[in-house]
Design a protein around this ligand. Structure first.
Ligand code: PLP
Length: 396
């Protein structure tokens, strides 16, 4: 053990703690499909991304168990070795159809997909200056997208959040540059819960000869026709990334797009090539979720109603919800300490609504971030709203 390193780590951690920035892991129990704290107290879950409750769905759990029983617990090799099975390819075909794309490719996680697919795309023109890439990224994009853009090691421009005039201007500055241009955005932003205007982005991308990459982590399963996401609604998106650990209730992620795009990633994306394939239980869970998601319009409507009610109540109490129009609803508090105190009061009132602080969100915008789900019925929503009223004072 390097005592010096350990001492330095402890000093840094103490600094984070003093700044209300220390993060700690807490154990939660899921019993009977509901959330309990370490003392066994049941809490209303307003912080998970299990938007349709599929992680607890009997069919999803059963197929995960069945596929593990039938195909084994692990893959157990990378996809290009022996990690690809007939069930893997069939599932990718189903995902492609779900997203209305030619092909799809599974990844171990959304983080891994964004962090490694973006560099693989920037590499298309590597060694060929005429094709050197430039990246244009929304300032509120997820940390995994930022990782991908940095690792792509090409010219990266950050445009102001959802500001397409700013993006237009930045793209214009690169008009004399013959290289490939890649625009990166989320369709639903993970911390603000607002949406990108994909139809306008598709037009802008076409006008500037740029490709459009859209992260649908929070839209897949929840928004668009039959929950197929916002890219499916507008068409014209070149690269669609979706996750399977959120509304799909399972684990993993995928990229959907053209056959050539997927074939390129199979050949050149390190985060696909050098990692073990997803295990059969996960594939089974996703397969069952794909059976269910298109038919869950009633659950999606319930989720939209729940979200609308919470937004209205927060607005009445003068909390800024930052343009949220989805199941992700921020309530901006301001300081880290105040956001933490609000989360504690909320938890005492029986609701888990987690405080989000920098660097996840910009300085001075620490917030409670609610993520609702369709399993909250009338009674659950009433309890949630009562707890919010009791723990978030009226702001003036
Ligand atoms: C959660 C999330 C990811 C990462 O997905 P994982 O499968 O959890 O690694 C990527 N992008 C966005 C916008 C996310 O919210």
């Amino acid at each position: 053990m390097d005592a010096e390193l350990d001492a330095l780590l402890r000093t840094r951690l103490a600094e984070l703690d003093a700044a209300h920035r220390l993060r700690r892991l807490r154990p939660w129990h899921w019993g009977d499909g509901s959330l309990h704290d370490a003392d066994g107290r049941a809490l209303i879950d307003a912080s998970s991304n299990d938007y349709l409750g599929l992680s607890q769905h009997p069919l999803v759990k059963a197929r995960a168990a069945e596929w593990a029983e039938r195909h084994g617990a692990g893959a157990p090799a990378s996809r290009l070795v022996t990690g690809t099975r007939d069930i893997t390819l069939a599932l990718e075909q189903r995902l492609a159809e779900f997203k209305g794309c030619e092909a799809a490719l599974l990844f171990s996680s959304g983080f891994q997909a964004n962090a490694t697919v973006i560099p693989a795309l920037a590499k298309v023109g590597a060694g060929d200056t005429a094709n050197a890439a430039a990246i244009f990224s929304d300032e509120l994009n997820h940390a995994s997208i930022i990782h991908g853009a940095r690792f792509a090691k090409c010219n990266t421009e950050i445009f102001r959040h959802n500001d397409l005039d700013h993006l237009d201007e930045l793209l214009g500055r690169h008009s004399a540059n013959p290289g490939r241009k890649l625009i990166l955005t989320e369709s639903v932003f993970s911390m603000d819960g607002d949406r990108a205007d994909l139809a306008a982005l598709v037009q802008l991308a076409e006008r500037h000869g740029a490709a459009l990459y859209v992260d649908e982590a929070h839209a897949s399963g929840v928004l668009g026709p039959q929950g197929r996401g916002l890219a499916a609604e507008c068409g014209g998106v070149d690269v669609v990334m979706g996750t399977l650990g959120k509304a799909f209730g399972a684990f993993g992620a995928y990229i959907a797009g053209s056959r050539a795009l997927i074939d390129w990633l199979v050949n050149r994306c390190a985060g696909f090539i050098y990692t073990t394939a997803l295990p059969p239980a996960v594939l089974g869970a996703v397969d069952a979720a794909l059976d269910l998601v298109p038919g869950m319009d009633a659950e999606r409507a319930q989720l939209a109603r729940n979200s609308q009610r919470l937004r209205e109540m927060l607005a009445q109490r003068n909390y800024d919800t930052l343009g949220s129009s989805t199941q992700i609803i921020p309530a901006v508090i301001g300081s880290d300490a105040d956001a933490l105190a609000a989360a504690r009061r909320l938890e005492e009132a029986g609701v888990l609504g987690v405080a989000i602080r920098p660097p996840t969100v910009p300085e001075g915008t620490s917030r409670l971030r609610f993520t609702l789900n369709s399993r909250l019925d009338e009674q659950g929503m009433q309890r949630l709203l009562d707890a919010v009223a009791a723990s978030l004072p009226l702001r003036c």
